[in-house]
Every structure is written in structure tokens, then in C-alpha cells.
Write a protein that binds this ligand. Sequence first.
Ligand SMILES: [Mg+2]
Length: 226
Amino acid sequence: MPVDLIIFDCDGVLVDSEVISCRAHADVLTRHGYPITSEQVFERFLGRSTRQANIEIESELGRKLPEAYHGDLQDELFRAFEADLEAIRGIHDVLDTVTQHVCVASSGSHQRMQVSLGSTGLYERLAPNIFSASQVKHGKPAPDLFLFAASEMGVPPHRCVVIEDSLAGIAGARAAGMTVFGFHGGSHCDDGHAETLRQAGADLTFDDMRQLPELVRRVEADALAG
Ligand SMILES: [Mg+2]
């Protein structure tokens, strides 16, 4: 199987954003009457869309989150991204090296990606092939976003490799019929994360982005041999 398209998740795969993002969410949710720690945000909402997270939080609260919450969260998140966010180590080299088409498929909004990818020098390299869950009906773990991205790129699902760091993302990629690599090189990943990703159905796992071109070659060769 030749691989024609590599679909990158954004948070935790292109940019090392998850620790920053979980901290911002915990701070602002707590400030608005929903006490929660960074660790709890990580466990419950990592890789899922804001829309789905908000529905769950509001049903527990028994009321809408206040209007100011959304603006406060965005302000805090974008401020923290611009101050502290870094690209995943090696990703710029990988983008120089891979011969496949590349695109982004993220649960985050386009505006969030403009800030996160923009502040790490990745936005201009990847635009316009940047797709958000806001463009499909069902976000991850549904397959919709991956299928939409592949279709926009003109590549059939079985020729796509997805790079994901979250359980929701791995489930979505598998449901889309794509090969999925679990990436656990983000600073939010603990020792057990690789095993968690494998159990969720990742075809393989890796923690150094610079390995990616070789791993894609290996998958292509295995498919030929198999
Ligand atoms: Mg992610």
C-alpha cells in the first residue's frame, strides 16, 4: 500500500499544547463555578471537541456556562500559546522530508489553530490543508473529520496514515479505515501512554517525530510483503 497522505492531529502532535491547554481550561472553568484540576481536564476532555466538552459540563452544572466563560477561555488560551507554546521537536524537519501530501485534522477551531500553528511557524507551511471538527457534524471519535480531510485532499482512506495522540483520535481514524500511528512524544504523555494508545487500536506507537518518515516507509514495505 503506498501512503499518499499523512493526516496530523494538531494538539500534542504538531504543537506541544496539551499541558498549556489543560491548565488554561482548568483555571477558567474553576473561575466560572466548575472546579476542576488540570489532570481532570486531561483525563476527561483530551482530544475531544470543545463543543462536546461544554455539553457535558453544562449538563452536570444544570445550567449554561456563562457567556463570559467562552471569551475568557479563549483569551487565556491564546495568551498562553503565544507566550509558551512550542512545536513538537523534529516536526519542521519531518515536513521538509516526507514525500507524501500532508494535512491537519483537529478537534480545535480554525482560530485556535491560527494561533497555535501560527506561533510555532507551522501555519504557513500547512495552510490551506487545515481541517477542523467545526467543518463536520460529528467530531472525533467519529470518523467524519478524517474522511472529510481525505476527501478534500483527494486521497482514499486506505492510503492515509493518521498521527494521533488521543484515544478519541485513534478511534476516529480506525473507524475511517485508516492506518493510525500513536504519538506519545508530547510533554503531557506519561510512561503508560504508549500502551494506552496501542490498546486503543494504534497500529504502532512512537515518541520521536523524526522517526516518522522511516515508519511510513516500513508500513508501505510491510503492506507489499503482506
Ligand atoms: Mg491531540
